[in-house]
Design a protein around this ligand. Structure first.
Ligand code: BGC
Length: 611
């Protein structure tokens, strides 16, 4: 409470409140137990099991099922938009409609509605999209990450949603993994502080703050440590694979982000699809219950990953019982919720899952709901439409632009190529990602895997930003393939990866695409200074282009605000970004880290030039 009042005073200063969340620490969730226990005592088994069930709205047979099954939560997976469309209004109407159903139930326990707001409220048209975590890791700036998360929470609240499946505190150890960009850094020291900052931002001055959302640290634990070739899905490389480490090393590398996010008060944690030494995390009692809850004192609740329990052995009832008995509190079903409910009830009735475990799970969920104020009359249950005017606003975009410029890592700058002169007569721009909002935003943007092109309105592509940055006397010409540069004062080529997300993004080879190499070659053939900007979810093998680049910038997946790139190109901002991932010379160096005698990357962890 003290914490809330302290921040509330500072909130009078508008956006300034976004960072005013320093000490004292978050209120203990167990302090809500007397209310949680009183409610629990009134609940039937159906009501308890309902609280533990999370379908995706896409699969709800009818709105009435929210009340029929006393559902505790609903999610929209990354491709699950309202049937009415992907507008702010359609989302707010959908969530309000569902929330009203839950309020009609006997105990009127509101829903937690979850989405993957992982770099802004990225699934909704017109939201501000921030750099993916790999770029934020390069900023090494917790105050900025907290501010970004605060804005994300506001934009999420504008749609009535109250839970974001973020931050991802993975420590990706092998950049061939398609989720590398969801991680802040390849070392735990680059993840710990930033993950906690994101929780402070999302959960705001306290969970009861109607402008905060519930955070979710994921994917516990070792999601980024899987052995190459151990994956259980897709191309069978790394995603959902097996992390083969002794417990001491697992703790040193992969648990660190949980220590700090728990201390920051994170209310939910998502166990990983991956396994630890052959046992899927969804059924891993040692790590879920003994370590996380008993030893680390996590008081919130565990939400499974999307259908993750389906990967456990045995029939459905066995999978459910194994996971709940291991310590899972809520299950992201997401489709067969009626079957899930029937089997979990059966397991509770025949003792396969002890009632004490069911009660513990429900108590944890209720604690969080009560802490969020959801059980208090008219307290943030419905969408706050007053927030719409701030959704995708110029103020929010300004913070994203700042994040972009702080995230850029300057890897090479010969002959003072950068900053570019604004008095150049002509700048020639090329490359497939120069004018492509989709490539700039990457996966988890509008759709799960993301898409090239211009699916996300608002914001500025890098080409548009360059045009805005130069005086009107400077001509900016553009050719996708980089041809036609002769006579220009400088060339800027924007190349890199096309959007992808989990599973599909796993790669065995991180060489640049032939069209990217060709675009750099074509630009260089004109004999002008060439700046290469790489948009990618991870370091890539640069042997075919680095020598031809006079300056080289790693811009990661910057999101909607291309202006931040132009700020650095033209010297309005001196580069400050430092690599949070080692940059290998060749594929042979992938997965080799600081401390290894063979560590000899092209650019070391922490590298980054300025001028
Ligand atoms: C991902 C999670 C995500 C969930 C819900 C899963 O496939 O692994 O990170 O939160 O889907 O969309």
């Amino acid at each position: 409470m003290v914490r809330f009042r302290f921040a509330a005073i500072l909130c009078l200063a508008g956006l300034g409140c976004l960072i005013a969340t320093s000490a004292p620490g978050p209120q203990k969730l167990t302090s809500f137990d007397s209310r949680a226990n009183a409610l629990l005592a009134k609940m039937t088994l159906d009501e308890k099991v309902g609280q533990m069930t999370q379908p995706d709205q896409l699969y709800l047979k009818s709105d009435a099922d929210i009340a029929n099954y006393y559902l505790g939560s609903v999610l929209s997976g990354a491709d699950s938009d309202p049937k009415e469309g992907n507008s702010l209004e359609a989302w707010a109407n959908l969530i309000d409609r569902y929330q009203k159903r839950s309020l009609e139930t006997r105990l009127a326990i509101p829903l937690l509605y979850g989405v993957d707001a992982v770099h802004g409220h990225n699934n909704i048209l017109g939201a501000v999209v921030f750099p993916h975590n790999i770029g934020l890791g390069a900023t090494r700036n917790p105050a900025l990450i907290e501010k970004i998360a605060r804005i994300t929470a506001l934009e999420v609240r504008a749609t009535g949603i109250n839970w974001g499946f973020a931050p991802c505190v993975t420590v990706p150890r092998d950049i061939r993994w398609g989720r590398t960009y969801e991680g802040y850094a390849e070392e735990p020291d680059g993840v710990k502080e930033l993950g906690a900052a994101a929780v402070r931002g999302l959960q705001g001055a306290g969970l009861a703050d109607p402008l905060s959302i519930l955070g979710c640290a994921k994917h516990y634990a070792g999601d980024g440590g899987t052995a190459y070739g151990s994956s259980t899905i897709g191309p069978h490389l790394l995603d959902r694979g097996d992390t083969r480490l002794d417990e001491k090393t697992l703790r040193q590398i992969h648990l660190q982000g949980y220590l700090t996010t728990i201390r920051a008060g994170v209310g939910s944690i998502m166990p990983s699809y991956s396994s630890w030494n052959g046992l899927k995390m969804s059924g891993n009692k040692r790590l879920l219950t003994e370590v996380l809850k008993e030893e680390l004192g996590f008081e919130g609740f565990l939400i499974s990953d999307f259908a993750a329990i389906d990967e456990l052995p045995g029939d459905y009832k066995h999978k459910i019982a194994m996971s709940i008995n291991a310590g899972m509190d809520m299950v992201m079903v997401p489709e067969r919720y009626q079957e899930f409910i029937a089997r979990l009830k059966e397991a509770a009735q025949d003792g396969t899952v002890p009632m004490a475990r069911i009660d513990d799970a429900v108590r944890r969920i209720l604690r969080v709901k009560i802490a969020m104020g959801l059980m208090d009359q008219n307290h943030g249950q419905l969408a706050d439409r007053q927030l719409w005017k701030q959704f995708g606003s110029a103020e929010h975009r300004a913070v994203a632009r700042d994040a972009v410029r702080q995230s850029l890592v300057l890897l090479k700058n010969e002959h003072g190529t950068l900053p570019l002169s604004k008095s150049a007569k002509r700048i020639h721009v090329g490359g497939k990602s120069a004018d492509d909002m989709g490539n700039q935003c990457g996966g988890w943007t509008i759709s799960w895997q993301g898409q090239s092109g211009n699916a996300m309105p608002g914001g500025t592509t890098i080409l548009q930003a360059i045009k805005k940055a130069v005086p009107k006397e400077t001509k900016v010409t553009f050719a996708l393939d980089g041809k036609g540069a002769a006579g220009a004062d400088a060339g800027v080529v924007v190349i890199g990866e096309k959007p992808y997300a989990e599973t599909a993004g796993d790669r065995s080879d991180l060489s640049l695409a032939p069209e990217d190499v060709a675009a750099v070659d074509n630009m260089k053939a004109a004999g002008i200074p060439v700046v290469v900007i790489l948009l990618s979810g991870r370091p890539m093998i640069l042997d075919k282009v680095l020598d031809k680049a006079d300056a080289f910038v790693a811009a990661w997946l910057p999101g909607t605000e291309g202006d931040g790139v132009a700020d650095v190109l033209f010297g309005a901002y001196k580069p400050t970004g430092k690599l949070s991932f080692s940059w290998p010379r060749s594929m042979a160096q992938v997965g080799v880290h600081r401390g290894d005698p063979n560590y000899n990357p092209l650019f070391q962890y922490g590298y980054g030039l300025s001028w």
